[in-house]
Ligand binder design. Structure first.
Ligand code: HEM
Length: 461
């Protein structure tokens, strides 16, 4: 006998839409899991989903034979800009297979190592900016890390310089993308008829899609005019043939994937860096250890590729940060056949959607202990990390549809974090600041401002 999956009280037609906070839906998910436990069921405008919040259930749903990625809710709206690009492709869309086979090697560890000089170049621009602006300057880390990560993905994957550090305001792509993603979330939770009546909002939404597409088209046109034999992602997409089918990607699909990389490839990583800075500033002992490690390994020398594997505590800080604050905090899968989870306790019908609440599962006290909400990089050091239960730490998704950009993001973030720790002392603009979250498809700290003071103390060599 399977057990009934609990569900909060709902209202006809709208279901639970009004129970979910619009600004930060994650807050509602957390409250509901505190109230209903490891699993509960929601009906969002007729879209039924089960939400799970423990490592045990997350592990059971991480099985490509039983569950596949489900493109529902806001992701369906995201398709308005990126169609069948890698992130938003439906399960059986053939372009996913072609792009996946073509691009996996281009995102492999060896290819990413070759990107080190370009990543370093842009991290140096960030450091130079903070140094030149001086300690009085109020830094918005989320904004500057966004400059860094957007420029990095554009330079490393498309050999295109966006020069965000030389602009007063963010690149127009960024504002359009943020507004677009927020509106995708809202549209997914409004009845279709309401969406169709919001003429002004729709016009702005379409303009944002156009602004983003224009950048993609500009980059593609530039490459057609100025060909290079650099083995970057853009060349791979434009000229290489799928080893299985012999096909190349269509122009439309190249644009979709290019936009996918620009969107998926920077939001999440800039969020990770901003959360890292927040957690180390709030945990002076972690900051002390990180600095000790950086001083030991880098001294006052420029970071080298070979240093990265030695920065073990920095690595642990990043792992612990993305455990507490996975910047892609939810993912959705659906059952391939009728199945059960919870050791046979809960029935999930074929096609039934399961929302994996990663942010809550990655704080599950059953695995992480009573201090699961505390920032403790020590639990992520080598040896301990490898000994974690399967799928307990899953910020990059799972299986076939796991993040293709993981090595890219990791190397980029490690470079930036090591370099800012090497160069600066940080103080909060508001000493009483406590973490607030803003959410689109991803999460970031909100209203978090700091000052960067060049380190005066002599570095230990
Ligand atoms: C997929 C997280 C960086 C490109 C995913 C998924 C997660 C994720 C959780 C799975 C989503 C799902 O199952 O619905 C992250 C995080 C990042 C990051 C936390 C940084 C800290 C990047 C970067 C790129 C990228 C730098 C590109 C350069 C993609 C793509 C997919 C994906 C294309 C879809 C893969 C597929 O379905 O075949 N990412 N990501 N991500 N990510 Fe990332």
């Amino acid at each position: 006998m399977t057990a009934l999956i609990p569900t909060p009280p709902s209202i006809p037609f709208l279901g639970h839409v009004t129970s979910i906070e619009k600004e930060v839906p994650l807050r509602s998910f957390r409250l509901l899991s505190e109230q209903y436990g490891e699993i509960f069921q929601l009906n969002l405008l007729g879209r039924r989903s089960v939400v799970i919040s423990t490592v045990a259930l997350m592990n059971e749903c991480s099985d490509d034979k039983k569950f596949s990625k489900s493109v529902v809710g806001p992701l369906v709206q995201v398709r308005n800009a990126v169609g069948d690009g890698l992130f938003t492709a439906y399960k059986d869309e053939p372009n996913w297979g072609v792009a996946h086979r073509l691009l996996m090697p281009a995102f492999g560890t060896a290819a990413i190592r070759d990107m080190f000089p370009d990543m370093l170049d842009l991290a140096e621009q960030l450091v130079l900016k903070w140094d030149r602006f001086g300690p009085q300057h109020k830094i918005d880390p989320a904004e500057d890390f966004t400059r860094l990560t957007l420029d990095t993905i554009a330079l490393c994957s498309m050999s295109h310089r966006l020069n965000s550090f030389y602009r007063e305001n963010s690149h127009p792509f960024v504002q359009s993308m943020v507004d677009f993603l927020i509106e995708c979330n809202l549209r997914a939770n409004r009845p279709t008829i309401v969406n169709s009546m919001m003429v002004g909002t729709t016009a702005k939404y379409e303009q944002d899609i156009k602004t983003m597409a224009e950048l993609a088209d500009e980059i593609i046109a530039d490459r057609r005019k100025n060909q290079t034999d650099k083995k970057d992602l853009l060349n791979t997409m434009m000229y290489q043939k799928d080893p299985k089918t012999g096909e190349t990607l269509s122009d439309e699909n190249i644009r979709y994937n290019l936009l996918t990389f620009l969107i998926a490839g920077h939001e999440t990583t800039s969020g990770l860096l901003t959360f890292c800075l927040y957690y180390i500033m709030k945990n002076p002992e972690a900051m002390r250890k990180a600095r000790e490690e950086v001083d030991e390994i880098l001294g006052d020398q420029t970071l080298q590729m070979g240093d990265l594997s030695k920065l073990k505590y920095i690595n642990a800080i990043m792992r612990e940060t993305i455990r507490l604050s996975p910047t892609a905090p939810l993912r959705v899968v659906s059952a391939i056949e009728d199945t059960t989870i919870g050791g046979g306790k809960y029935f999930i019908p074929k096609g039934g959607a399961v929302v994996i609440n990663t942010i809550t599962a990655q704080r599950d006290p059953a695995v992480w202990g009573e201090d699961s909400n505390d920032f403790r990089p020590e639990r992520m050091l080598e040896g301990k990390f490898e000994a974690l239960p399967p799928n307990a730490w899953q910020p990059f998704g799972f299986g076939l549809r796991a993040c293709i950009g993981r090595p890219f993001a990791w190397q980029e973030a490690q470079i930036a974090l090591a370099m800012i720790i090497q160069k600066f002392d940080f103080v909060l603009d508001d000493p009483s600041y406590e973490l607030e979250i803003k959410q689109s498809l991803t999460i970031k700290p909100a209203h978090f401002y700091v000052h960067a003071l060049p380190r005066t103390r002599k570095l230990r060599l």
